[in-house]
Every structure is written in C-alpha cells, then in structure tokens.
Design a protein around this ligand. Structure first.
Ligand SMILES: *Cc1c(COP(=O)(O)O)cnc(C)c1O
Length: 234
C-alpha cells in the first residue's frame, strides 16, 4: 500500500525547506528546481508526486528510466539522468531532458551526435570531480574548459552548467566547501570568457545537504529518499 498523503506531505515539506534556504541566501526560490530522484521507486509513486505538482524526476539507470518514461508517457514530465553515463549508452540517453553526468569531451561528442541523429535536444551538465575519491566519476577541474570548448560546437546538445557530488559525509556542513568550490570554479571559468549560458546551472545537493547547496548557489537539487523514503535495492 502506498501512502499518498505521506508522500505529498514530504514533498510539500521539501519545497518549504527549499524556499527557506533560498530566502536565507537572498535568492528567489523559483531559481531552484527540485529534481525528485525516483530511482528504485515505482511509476505509481511518480504519479502521486506528479499529481502534487512535481515535474522533474531523476534516474541513474537508463533501462529503468526508459520503463518509467513509458509507464508515465501520458504525463508531461522532465527526466534527468543523474549518474555516471557510459559512452556506449549515449544513444539511449538522448531522450532525457537533462544529462547531469557528462565528464569528457568524447562523451559529449557522442551525445551530441546521437541527439542530432535522433532529433533530440538534451541539456547537458558537466560533472566536476571535487571529491578526489577513486570511486567518484567526473572531470578534473583542469579539463573542464576544454570540454566547454567542445560544447560551443555542439549541434543538438546544449551544455548549461555544472554538477558535483561531494564525498558522503554525515554533517551537511562538511559538504559546504565542495559546493563553494564548484561556484568558485564557475566564477573562474566565467572570467576566462566562457559563455555564461554554458555555466548557468549548478546541480548540487541531495536529501541530507540540499539546503547547504542552495545557500551556496545550487539551481538544481537532486532529492530522493527525503521525498520517497528509504530505497531498497533488489
Ligand atoms: C541517488 C542520487 C541522489 C539522491 O540521493 P538521496 O540521498 O536519496 O536524496 C542524488 N544524486 C545522485 C547522483 C544520486 O545517485
């Protein structure tokens, strides 16, 4: 049994906290978009959230996402691919509205070519590795300007910003320096003359640290368990 009232209440609570964090930072709450991370959760729960006004959903597995897109194709939803994207999956990924995990020139080119062939126009965020952990994906900061250079020549994919995933920490305050670092890099790249349109979005912050991320400038927060509950992996 799905408790739809509880899900609606959690979603409303997250929206409220987003608005308060934006206020604290002197930002317009409308400048922060909530991506509800629905990985492992059913299309039934996605429908309940959509009915409560949620339009953006995030998934990290292509096949699982394609099944949910098909199951909810009567709804006008925006789908975000939020994890690492393998280059051999580029073709299947171009139906997402935004790809958050692009971390190389090669992958960006493949996505652009696949998108062009399919007549799709995905938005792309460049994932920047600030955690320096062996298990994390993402481009090294030093390589990002070259990736953004390639982005200027894309035909169908459009790079619109950056994404980062800090190390898993218990205290959200420990994530703050990573969010701040991404913003500082963004400012540095802007000062190098990179087009502001390519650096407009910052995807950062999850269930336990989205408020800190918003205080540091996040425009997209990726929140899963705080909306849908604990995930159970098969
Ligand atoms: C799963 C996931 C999230 C959501 O995590 P929660 O802690 O459930 O909010 C956000 N971003 C990425 C990249 C993820 O894989």
């Amino acid at each position: 049994m799905v408790d739809s009232a509880a899900l609606r209440a959690r979603l409303a609570g997250i929206r409220e906290r987003i608005a308060r964090a934006a206020d604290r930072a002197g930002r317009d709450p409308a400048s922060v978009r909530l991506v509800a991370v629905s990985k492992t959760f059913s299309p039934e729960l996605i429908r309940i959230a959509a009915d409560a006004g949620q339009t953006d959903f995030g998934e990290n597995k292509i096949q699982e996402a394609l099944e949910k897109m098909a199951a909810t194709s009567d709804l006008a939803l925006r789908w975000h691919h939020i994890g690492h994207l393998q280059s051999n999956k580029a073709k299947k990924a171009v139906g997402f509205s935004t790809l958050h995990g692009v971390d190389s020139t090669d992958l960006l080119r493949r996505i652009d070519q696949a998108a062009h062939a399919a007549g799709q126009h995905p938005s792309v965020l460049i994932q920047v590795d600030l955690a320096q952990e062996p298990t994390k994906f993402g481009a090294q900061p030093i390589d990002v300007p070259a990736i953004l250079g390639t982005a200027a020549g894309c035909l169908s994919a459009s790079v619109q910003g950056l994404m980062t995933l800090p190390p898993a920490v218990d205290d959200p305050e420990e994530a703050r320096p990573y969010f701040r670092r991404l913003r500082a890099l963004r400012d540095e790249w802007l000062s190098l003359g990179i087009a502001p349109s390519m650096l407009g979005d910052m995807s950062m912050g999850m269930s336990h640290d989205f408020e800190v991320a918003i205080e540091e400038g996040a425009t997209l927060v990726r929140v899963g368990s705080a909306i849908f509950g604990d995930r159970h992996y098969p």
